[in-house]
Design a protein around this ligand. Sequence first.
Ligand code: UDP
Ligand code: LCN
Length: 757
Amino acid sequence: MRDVIQETLSIYRNELVSLFSRYVSGGKKILQSHHLTDELIESAKEDETMHKLRDGPFFKFLQSTQEAIVLSPFVVIAVRPKPGVWEYFRVNGYELTVDHLSVSEYLRFKEELQIRANRLEEHQEAYMLELDFEPFNATFPRPTRSSSIGNRVLFLNRHLSSNMFHQKESLELFLDFLHAHKHDCLVMMLNDRIQNISKLQSALSRTYEYLSKLPFETQYFEFEFYLREMGFERGWGDTAQWVSEMMIPMVFNVGIMSPHNYFGQANVLGLPDTGGQIVYILDQVRALEKEMLLRKQEQGLDVIPNILIVTRLIPNAKGTTCNQKLERISSTNHTYILRVPFRSENGILHKWISRFDVWQYLETFAEDASNEIAAELQGVLDLIIGNYSDGNLVASLLSYKLGITQCNIAHALEKTKYPDSDIYWRKYEDKYHFACQFTADLISMNNADFIITSTYQEIAGSKNNVGQYESHTAFTLPGQYRVVHGIDVFDPKFNIVSPGVDMSIYFPYSDKERRLTALHGSIEELLYNPEQNDEHVGMLSDRSKPLIFFMARLDRVKNLTGLVECYCKSRRLRELVNLVIVGGYVDVKNSGDREEMAKIEKMHALIKRYDLHGQFRWIQAQMNRARNGELHRYIADTKRCFRAAFYEAFGLAVVEVMTCGLPTFATSHGGPAEIIEHGISGFHVDPYHPDQVAASLIEFCERCQKDPSYWDEIPDGGLKRIYERYTWKIYSERLLTLSGIYGFWKYVSRLERRETR
Ligand code: UDP
Ligand code: LCN
């Protein structure tokens, strides 16, 4: 990289003086990659030599730049040649000299952008705490190919098993691990006849030989006696074949932490902070319970698994069940929601509060939850799964206290959702408390034994976009601390395990037999009833027009108002299609959430400003999942299309819509960039360029007018993609296997990350 700059400097000195003086004009600021490249493209229009510069390696260098800090005469550049790999340079824009910077030096430059309110802050920043987690992981070898990110369990197995067989004490731990397996006082795996490794080795080889002579399907009870004599107890499998092949440790009791939302099974979706995470967990636990029961049967065990979803009890539950302590999950036998209230020295907190305001309650919540879990289970957890920043912090506290394997699921790391929320954290402090949240994230991602993500982009982004975890590699919170190595995206703890959707709710519109036609009357009411009330406003006068449909929580990032604005401004789009939005409350008085209230006001202002009469309908958040599924299919029947948000951390709604067979337009920022293959299983649009969004929708609708068969092509590609990648069956098999493997390695290799913790 440095050579590229040096060489360019020597050949294009004059051009670069001119280019860099453009960058540094206008004072200190952050520039994004497109600002840097746009400036060069613009100059190349008028100047032949600039044109050559634009076609050379320097342009590629600018493209791989993630951001540049301008502090005249310096331009300090962060370059990301590939996912997870970063370099930093300082260019003096006047003298055209280049220096390589360390990450710490780079961040110090960045901190200069901050306007400090007083001298005390200035003083604090001169002596900032610097965090560097790299030395704690230094002994752990890791592959450095970006393509291997996201499937680290394979690498971990290979590395640790080779270590284990070279070190005698590791093998002793392996034996202890097998002896440690007990459930409700029932001895499993090994009994006292096997006391050392050589005994285990000879017992294994004799048993293996014995079993290989039996027919595969021979039942456990037929050879149970032999196994016990050899020193083996239940837990190896229920048939001769299974016992021969099996050696995966078991997980019986799982705790799933999700404190902040309205966690319930009905009437909650679409409430503030209550969306995909709830849907994800409810589907996840059903799939997990099924898989755990199947495994216990295959392993020949007679034990009952338990799954507890631990969330907040909200006394003022607003018509939900969030004020009940214990609630069984429907379609399961051993899975419950356990609710524990938030409390402080002022007593129990009665009302819902935003996810951004929960931090002060979490330590007490973790303590209380730990007692309630113990009472409920009459035993201990084997696995604890955290969800979102608050759940992951609680999982870290409990896993630390109880020594349990910890798995993290981020759902959405807010740092990437709110650009520059680290460097300008003070600006956001009143409403968002990002400094607290990013600290919690840093603690929990380092404490976790393993992390599962829905996509690769969540870990390490794509060629041009930084991953959600990757953005925690190096950042600074001026006045708080500076992180020079926060998390390493090459760490073996990362694995991609993508969720699916509930296919009994979301299934293709063409599946006529399963359709819920009884709901069509109420769906028509929702869409077309001319009455203007708290549930819907606006109306659609021409029913024959195609329809763009968008259902989401009404918050800033989902950008429902952005789509409405884009529609308002495009005459052609308004001629071609109607727009239906589902989300939030229509009456601001019903909302208690800051972002939602601002968006409700904005929506009404747009309706007032642009005459959308007859073309637009806004329906309040819809909580009936079964009807929502049918609503999507009803829209698909009439060959309509769907579009989504600014940014989606994953975007379960995108997968739901694709599963119903609708052509899907979704944001190119975040999960959908990976879920959808552009032009094959849907389309990417960039909400930061609303004109282009309108143009893509217009192009699609016009093409469908000319060739109606085009409409079917995309949904077919979408469905194929879903069945291949996004199902709960694939998810639960993989999650349980990972839990066993990481739990095993944590035990036998002392891969406890004690130093980091
Ligand atoms: N949803 C709903 N009714 C609404 C809005 C959203 O049922 O009015 C559901 C939607 O079908 C999806 C979830 O809420 O299952 C949203 O999940 P997603 O991951 O798309 O976004 P999140 O809200 O979690 O950011
Ligand atoms: C949170 C989000 O913001 C969504 O993008 C995800 O789909 C959801 O959680 C489930 O993981």
